[in-house]
Design a protein around this ligand. Structure first.
Ligand code: A2P
Length: 318
């Protein structure tokens, strides 16, 4: 079992190493989730946008009915997509997503991006992704405070235990805290040695907001999408490789360990069972202070997941 982070308002324990469902192949997703739970994962990180919630739920429910896990042993995260930020859509979507999973609550529900897009009826297209039918991006005038208030209602209704944000910078987090009835429990952000986000980590630690790092392996996460921006692969970086060989670990394990050792949660995805198992084994070794510093010094503020690359009006990290 992986170590966990205690979430502030509920005191619920969030496993530090979870299984990420982004880019998990739909046709094999149910089996992958089943096998991830069998291998020991106790956190599943999904989202409406990943398009595989029904299959992930099938895997989870099969693992429950086979006695591998109980529902309460698994921490299930999902995310609200950008087209559903208006107050009247938040509850409907959370219910729809729970229905796809076949469960009656999420342990954590996040606002996927601080970007509101025009509503797309799920009966028309689901998941709706970034574009309208004509391939253009349509923004919507929904303030973040409205969406946050609707997320709080989900807590009161018992549909979700914890709520949080994703892809949020300091200014927005501080603003949410000015009006929140329930503070964000988690901020899930891109974070790896090329984008070490030290200032954001410091702020979140101060505020008691847990951080989940996504794309912990850096550019490798984007290779299958063709979006690694020409960056040198961190898994083959000589500094990472030399630390890995000293500990007889893989470079992926070193990158995950670097995050976990900073108190962050990680959610690596793999469609390959051996890599999936390997990624869970990042707590049986410790990097020295010097190794941690060497990895942190690779920072070049390289952001691979930036909606501004889709449309300059979505430059949330500007
Ligand atoms: P694969 O599914 O073929 O293993 P993310 O950051 O979104 O979790 O994506 C991780 C990326 O790195 C995926 O492309 C995944 O591909 C790959 N990957 C996952 N675990 C490992 C590992 N231990 N070693 C090398 N590549 C990995």
């Amino acid at each position: 079992m992986s170590a966990s982070i205690v979430l502030k308002r509920t005191g619920q324990k969030m496993p530090q190493v979870g299984f990420g469902l982004w880019k998990v192949t739909k046709s094999t997703c149910a089996d992958t989730v089943y096998n991830a739970l069998k291998a020991g994962y106790r956190l599943l990180d999904g989202a409406g946008d990943y398009g595989n919630e029904k299959e992930a739920g099938e895997g989870l429910r099969r693992a429950i009915s086979d006695g591998i896990v109980k529902r309460e042993d698994v921490f299930v995260t999902s995310k609200l997509w950008n087209t559903f930020h208006a107050r009247e859509h938040v509850g409907a979507l959370a219910r729809k997503q729970l229905g796809l999973w076949g469960i009656d609550y999420f342990d954590l529900f996040l606002i996927h991006f601080p970007i509101a897009l025009q509503y797309v009826d799920p009966a028309h297209r689901y998941p709706p992704e970034w574009f309208g039918d004509d391939g253009k991006v349509y923004l919507a005038n929904v303030p973040f405070s409205e969406t946050w208030g609707a997320m709080e209602t989900l807590v009161d209704e018992g549909l979700v235990k914890n709520i949080g944000v994703s892809n949020c910078q300091g200014a927005l987090l501080l603003d949410v805290l000015r009006y929140a009835k329930y503070a964000p429990a988690v901020n899930q952000v891109e974070l790896h040695p090329y984008l070490s986000q030290e200032a954001l980590i410091k702020l979140c630690n101060t505020l008691g907001v847990a951080i989940t790092a996504y794309s912990s392996l850096g550019p490798q996460s984007y290779v299958e999408l063709g979006g690694s921006k020409g960056a040198e692969n961190l898994l083959q970086h000589s500094a990472v490789a030399s630390i890995a060989s000293k500990h007889s670990k893989s470079t992926a394990q070193v990158l995950l360990r670097w995050a976990v050792q900073q108190g962050l949660a990680v959610i690596p995805k793999s469609n390959n069972h051996d890599r999936l198992v390997q990624n869970l084994q990042v707590e049986q070794f410790t990097l020295t202070d010097d190794e941690m510093k060497q990895l942190s010094s690779l920072n070049v503020n390289l952001r691979l997941n930036d909606p501004a690359d889709i449309d300059p009006r979505m430059a949330i990290f500007a």
